[in-house]
Design a binder for this molecule. Structure first.
Ligand code: HEM
Length: 462
């Protein structure tokens, strides 16, 4: 099949960058409703932009060599800044995502073996089964309009439930899903109190709303841990899932295991960090495919040749390079984590600029991945950028959907494998079209999602 030509490239909707700096009111409004609307032309054009404003001294970095310096070569001079920690921390305190210093190093060493390629490949059947369950549900609703954003959230949660605790929460599993979704809804908008660095004891509306959902979420996780430990103590066969791996994990340097609090915090962290991000990548992929019949045709041809009627297995993945390229290109245009930040803990120099201690350094995949100097036709959807012939020309530090350096996403290969498994199975059996008249708008609320969901008519492939 011929590659997509320049004439047919699709440019999905995105907020037009501002030409001037937003005033304080407009900035706060954008921070709360959709931070994507606060970026300016200059951010998409310049390698480094230095500003001084409500957030203090800020350096926005889009120069791959400078990003490498901050994230890898001199990573010790930076830490996850308060803004990122405050926005994420409410439900994930003490887990890998928000831990810092020695506690983070200890957890990272202890958790790394959970995400080796071999362990992750062992999860292909669970990922395939969760997708099959969703496809069966769709078959019963053939031709109806479904919110694909919700469907993708459900399937990624199902995958996490099947891989983290194979024995499932004894309670109503949908109630857990609802609690998680409500929790993320509530903590989603960035609170102006956080932007101003106000003390933690000042109540944030979002966190107050999230408390009951978080309390429920924590209770279920604690019960699951207790049940598993009791099973193990009774000498019963324990499932080889992430919960067991977490309970058995030990620091390779000291041999010490994780505390129950750290086990629980990491279960919540994996769910929090892993479900909505992966669901968004899949939702955006479905949207982009629905707008590009040529891409859909190539996907269908690849999937039909690669998969049989047997359940999908690890050996099938290597035969799906275009599925993977579509997902990688999707995460370029719609990075699920559109913004990362670090605070300089000592004076540094980056790309010739002085970076005094306390400077907030922002690396925003949303702008980096659409930067005019780093990509040709940056706003166009062109999965061929990630096929073997071109992949080598993508600078490692110009494409950061999973971050980089010591704090790189620990679940990256899990997420990418899951997205390939889910998307390939959808393409094999279903067709989906955007509901007529629906306008798609990307909105940044912790992760990058389609505002108001993604209504699509889903039907069986003939
Ligand atoms: C498409 C899906 C995903 C995307 C785009 C994504 C993206 C990211 C990014 C950008 C970071 C680094 C943040 C920073 O440096 O400030 C990160 C960290 C992290 N991610 Fe993911 N993630 C995804 C899926 C997952 C999954 C499935 C899991 C777990 C099962 C997970 C667990 C984590 C954890 C624990 C961290 C913190 C690592 C550390 O600080 O050592 N993520 N993720």
């Amino acid at each position: 099949m011929a590659p997509v030509t320049a004439q047919t490239l699709f440019r999905p909707p995105a907020p037009t960058p501002r030409t001037t700096q937003p005033d304080l009111f407009a900035f706060l409004h954008a921070a709360r409703t959709n931070p994507l609307t606060s970026w300016m032309d200059v951010h998409f054009e310049e390698p480094i932009v230095m500003t001084k404003g409500v957030l203090g001294r800020v350096m926005i970095v889009n120069d791959p060599a400078a990003i490498r310096h901050v994230f890898v070569d001199n990573a010790g001079a930076y830490r996850k800044d308060e803004l990122q920690r405050r926005v994420l921390a409410p439900g994930m305190a003490d887990g890998l995502l928000t831990a810092d210093g020695e506690e983070w190093r200890l957890q990272r060493r202890t958790l790394a073996p959970l995400f080796t390629p071999r362990t992750v490949q062992g999860f292909v059947p669970a990922m395939g089964a969760a997708t099959e369950r969703m496809l069966r549900r769709w078959r019963r609703r053939d031709g109806r309009i479904l919110d694909m954003s919700l469907e993708m959230t459900r399937v990624t949660l199902d995958v996490l439930e099947r891989t983290i605790f194979t024995q499932g929460p004894a309670h109503d599993p949908d109630a857990l899903g609802r609690a998680i979704t409500r929790f993320f809804e509530a903590v989603g908008p960035i609170d102006p109190l956080d932007v101003f660095g106000m003390p933690d004891w000042l109540p944030r509306l979002g966190r107050l709303q999230a408390r009951p959902a978080l309390a429920y979420f924590e209770r279920v996780v604690t019960e699951l841990i207790d049940a598993r430990k009791a099973l193990s103590a009774a000498g019963g066969p324990v499932p080889r899932d992430i919960l067991t791996l977490l309970l058995e994990a030990s620091d390779p340097e000291t041999g010490r295991g994780l505390s129950d609090i750290a086990v629980g915090a990491n279960v919540i962290t994996f769910i929090g960090a892993g479900h909505e991000t992966t669901a968004n990548a899949l939702s955006w992929a479905l949207y982009l495919i629905s707008q590009t019949p040529d891409v859909r045709a190539r996907l269908e041809a690849e999937v039909d040749a690669a998969l049989s009627d047997d359940p999908i297995g690890p050996e099938d993945l290597a035969r799906l390079p275009f599925v993977r390229a579509v997902l990688e290109e999707t995460m370029r245009l719609f990075p699920p984590v559109p913004f990362m930040s670090r605070a300089a803990v000592e004076d540094d120099r980056v790309a010739g600029y002085k970076v005094p201690r306390g400077t907030l350094v922002i690396v925003a995949p949303w702008i980096l991945h659409r930067h005019r100097t780093l990509w040709s036709d940056p706003d166009a959807f062109d999965p061929d950028r990630f096929m073997e012939d071109c992949r080598g020309s993508v600078d490692r530090f110009a494409y950061l959907p999973f971050g980089a350096g010591p704090r790189v996403c620990i679940g990256a290969s899990f997420a990418l494998q899951e997205a390939v498994v889910v998307l390939a199975q959808i393409i094999r059996t279903a067709r989906f079209e955007l509901a007529e008249g629906h306008q798609v708008t990307p909105v940044h609320r912790v992760t990058l999602r389609p505002e108001g969901g993604l209504p699509m008519r889903v039907s069986r492939r003939a």
